[in-house]
Structure formats: C-alpha cells, structure tokens
Design a protein around this ligand. Sequence first.
Ligand code: QAP
Ligand code: CO
Length: 166
Amino acid sequence: MAILNILNYPDPRLHTVAKPVKEVNVTIRRLIEDMRDTMYNAPGIGLAATQVNQHIQLLIIDTSETKDQLQVFINPKIIAKDGEQIYEEGCLSVPGIYENVTRAEKIVVEALNQDGEPFTLEAHGLLSVCIQHEMDHLQGKVFVDYLSQLKRTRIKNKMLKLKRAM
Ligand code: QAP
Ligand code: CO
C-alpha cells in the first residue's frame, strides 16, 4: 500500500496532456492500486493519473457510499453526450474549493478496465460529472479553468498562500 503525492493547483504539471496506455501490464496494475489507496485515503471520489504526476490515460472513480465499487477507466473516450447539468465540483488538486460547473447530463464512454478488456458505459448524474471531470485532467484541464478569470486568479492566490503557510 502506497499513498502517492497529489499535485496541487496551480502546479504547471497539471496541464500536461496524457498519453494512451499501450499495454495494461503489472506496472499499470500497481499504479491503479496505489491510486486507489491514495483516493480512498484522501478521501475522494475520483482521481486521474495526471494528479499523481503520471501522464497516461488512466483514471479511477468510486461514487458509492460504501467505497467498495472502484471503477477503472483506461484510454477512455466519450462516444456520445446529451443534455446539461450543473454540479458543485471539487478536486483533490484544489483542496477546499467548490464551484458550479456545467457539463453534459448523459455520456456514453468507452474504455478498458484493469484487465485490459474493453467496456462501454452509459453514465448520468454524479458518475457522469465525475468521468468528465477526470477525463479533463487527462487533457491537462482542471475544473477551475471553466471559471471566470477573476475567480481563477483568486483561487490561484489562495492556493499559493496555503502552500507558503505549510
Ligand atoms: C471530482 O473530486 C469531482 O476540496 C472528484 O478538501 C468532485 O474527489 C467530480 C476533495 C465533485 C464531481 C463532483 C476535495 C477532498 C475530493 C476537497 C474529489 C477536499 C478534500 C474531491
Ligand atoms: Co480533479
């Protein structure tokens, strides 16, 4: 069991674009285990490899109450989206900040699971928001990038101030 370091906004490494995973091997499976421990420890409901400074297309999610329903998405692709929803989002890389973001209500996503097998999933509500939020990380995008310049600057300064106080 290993708890990985989570990059904090405004770390420039959070804007790295992730590369596809070529092979779901033992190295990837070990990273998934460490990301799972890191997410449950935080605690969080979603974590992208980008946030632990691994720039590959891998994300994990568990939106269950019981924290025993881990979902792994490798090389995810959104093949359909529909509708709109507004959700107050947070992020383990932007601790203490929660802001409304508008996203698609329904998505259909294709990905590989931890065994390298392809699957297709239709997601709504929180799970849909979470997948879209984590997939943004793989493109180097953080949810605060959807906010106004003014809000983003305030959040940036707050985060830098917190870091200096540590
Ligand atoms: C992304 O975020 C998400 O500020 C996952 O102090 C969040 O797990 C998608 C967390 C909301 C959809 C809706 C945040 C933990 C966890 C914090 C998280 C904090 C401690 C965030
Ligand atoms: Co996040």
